[in-house]
Ligand binder design. Sequence first.
Ligand SMILES: [Zn+2]
Length: 239
Amino acid sequence: MKRGGERDGLWQVRHKEEKGQNIEEEEKEMMNGKDGLLVIDMQNDFCPGGALPVEEGDVIVAVINQLMKHFSVVVATQDWHPANHKSFAPMHQGKEPYDVIELHGNEQVMWPEHCIQGTQGADLHKELDTREVCAIFRKGMNTEVDSYSGFRDNSKESITGLDGYLKALGIERIHLAGLATDYCVYYTGMDGIRNGYGVTMILDATRGIDVPPGSMQGKLSEFQSKGGKIAKSSDYALR
Ligand SMILES: [Zn+2]
């Protein structure tokens, strides 16, 4: 596989809404070595049977494995918490999962304990084809602050190095898949836009948690209003 170089003949077909109709091949954009796939938090705890399951979270693994074939650069992120992480509800007396508190000035959803470092729940899903993954960026390791974005923590104080890695490889456009649409995928996408990338969310390669209800729609609207694009996995085709 070529890293950071061009793969020949790969195209992305974008669909454009026009008068309520999907017009195929309205806009074609060649995918090349400037495109990178980010696989967000595709971990056991976020799949059915895990500690913080996203409905159908496991269904997207096969979709992501197919998508990887279209990219020279594939990066994964991994939520990777110490056991006493402050995003965990049991760390706060009287708090239940999904309550919202203020933590060091930031709004913080109380999550069930999840993705604890070194546990099976924190492992990437066993069916995810990690042979195509160039690098894994871990986040959420500081007990005091949560980290939804693959680029930096929620307090915006410390970065993961993902931005420098992508820029060193000449990546200009990032394509997002993984879990959960309205949290780690969304926040990674928004930081991607802020960091100057063209950002596309491959919607059927993600699943959302929709907590609180309406979170999915609100976040998708916000993402698009900032220039983020929505695509589907079938838009990525060999030609
Ligand atoms: Zn987490």
